[in-house]
Design a protein around this ligand. Structure first.
Ligand code: EPZ
Length: 436
């Protein structure tokens, strides 16, 4: 599969493609497909490379837009990156300098906020644009800011920018989150790694991507205890050194591919997976009637004609991930009965509902709960992607809808999936990317 050079070109040019994905529904998916490396593990690891000058080789790196955007963001700071092959990224931070993380870039990808901690740690000052909202609502960064203040930084907001200073360097502190935050936990881990003294983080995020970041920091010479638990202790070290690492598998891509099998009554084996990262998702797929076979690196899912109705509530890891909520809504829209989906992480992450209804789904939203009445079948129609996981949900629904479904604005999809349509086609789906 050729590198997603369009994504690289568009990211470099700052443009977006208006491609569409067209699907002829009704095919039962069968076969074997590989899952790629984790987008949400790669982004913080790229930011962590800012902590130590040198060269880094990262492998199993997905070839998708958000990674290209983060590489472009690092370029603002004099950091070069190259892909000697599709899923390998070489990062060189030997000529790194401090600069500003500009609104034009940060607004396109909220994860840009990950540069805040490393900049403060390296230079004692940072100027990072506030990210703004996203398709489904506000995305605050107050926990990131509180974390940096706990490490001794002085923060002010100036014309939409976070202006952070730690003239005497960062020092260890005690942080306790009232809500679990993946990004804030990652940012604080990176800032604390070279802060003077000990940092404790209570109610830290336990997502595999944060565990992977912590292990990457360990490989750079950081001292971190409690990795994978909600209580992290960081003993600051004077400096870190570069490291190489493979990215962990993308559990959300794996979950999306498994739902593709489940929604079409298919029989698909996904390889290159870490099933231990998918416990809650696999439990819910079984509850919805699928049978699973797992090995250390694979999951095979065989599905009945139609899924059973179930109830899903999203939670921080190891609970059911909010990033699988939209995909499950597509699945349950054709279940044999009524299901409920509650999103406790983002109360308004339901922009995919109106588009699923265009395909014939019967969904009612009250607050942060969606009541999904399964229907016999969906019917293909033109629909519009509104965000990354909504795009995937619409494509999944198109796999089972009668006739043709045309999903527009798939630049959302390209942010977080590496040629998803090609992977689905390799399993027998009639799907193609169309450039209008
Ligand atoms: C990460 O976003 C993921 N992104 C998201 O995946 C994922 O949906 C989210 O975690 C939850 O699992 C990346 O890893 C790049 P949070 P993040 O901080 O870190 C609130 C995808 O599809 N909050 O864990 O931004 C926040 O509003 C993306 O790949 C604050 O109130 O999420 C939310 O309700 C979409 N203040 C909750 O915490 C803050 O300062 C969890 O957010 C930060 C967050």
């Amino acid at each position: 599969m050729k590198p997603n050079i369009e994504a690289e070109r568009d990211a470099k040019a700052g443009t977006i493609t208006m491609d569409e994905i067209w699907i002829q529904g009704g095919r039962r998916l069968q076969g074997r497909v590989a899952c790629g490396g984790s987008k949400n593990a790669t982004l913080p690891v790229l930011a962590a490379a800012m902590l130590a000058p040198g060269r880094y080789t990262l492998t199993n790196v997905p070839d998708l837009m958000d990674v290209a955007t983060m590489a472009k963001m690092l370029g603002q700071f004099g950091i070069t990156s190259e892909r000697p092959e599709k899923n390998t990224l070489l990062i060189d931070t030997r000529n790194q300098r401090n600069a500003e993380a500009p609104y034009e870039l940060v607004k396109t990808m909220r994860a840009s906020i990950y540069v805040l901690g490393p900049l403060l740690a390296r230079y004692g000052e940072a100027r990072v644009s506030l990210p703004g909202g996203c398709a489904w609502g506000p995305r605050p960064v107050d926990l990131h800011i509180k974390g940096m203040e706990a490490l001794g930084a002085e923060i002010e907001i100036d014309h939409g920018y976070i202006v952070a200073r730690a003239p005497h360097g960062l020092r260890g502190g005690a942080i306790s989150f009232d809500i679990s935050s993946v990004g804030a936990t990652g940012n604080i881990l990176m800032a604390a790694a070279t802060a003077a003294g000990r940092t404790t983080i209570e109610n830290a995020a336990c997502e595999p991507e944060i565990e992977a970041l912590a292990r990457f920091l360990l490989s750079m010479g950081a001292e971190i205890e409690g990795i994978g638990t909600p209580r992290l202790v960081v003993n600051g070290v004077p400096d870190l050194h570069p490291a190489d690492a493979p990215m962990i598998p993308d559990r959300i891509e794996a979950g999306t591919l498994l739902v593709a099998s489940a929604i079409t009554g298919g029989d698909v084996e996904v390889t290159g997976v870490d099933p231990t990262h998918l416990g809650a998702v696999l439990n819910k797929l079984e509850a919805a009637g699928s049978s699973l076979e797992t090995s250390d690196t694979t999951v095979r899912l065989r599905a009945p004609e139609r899924p059973e109705p179930i109830n899903v509530t999203t939670k921080p890891y190891p609970g059911f991930p909010t990033d699988m909520q939209a995909q499950f809504m597509a699945l349950l829209s054709v279940a044999k009965g009524a299901s409920t989906i509650v999103d406790t992480i983002y109360h308004d992450r339901f922009t995919h509902v109106a588009e699923l209804e265009r395909l014939g789904a019967d969904i009612r939203v009250e607050g942060n709960t969606a009541f999904v009445q399964g229907v016999e079948g969906l019917s293909g129609a033109p629909v519009m992607a509104t965000d990354l996981r909504a795009s995937a949900a619409l494509i999944l629904a198109g796999l089972v809808a009668g006739g043709e479904t045309r999903v527009s604005r798939v630049y959302h999809l390209d942010r977080g999936y590496e040629r998803l349509e090609a992977k689905l086609a390799s399993l027998g789906a009639v799907v193609r990317r169309v450039r209008p």
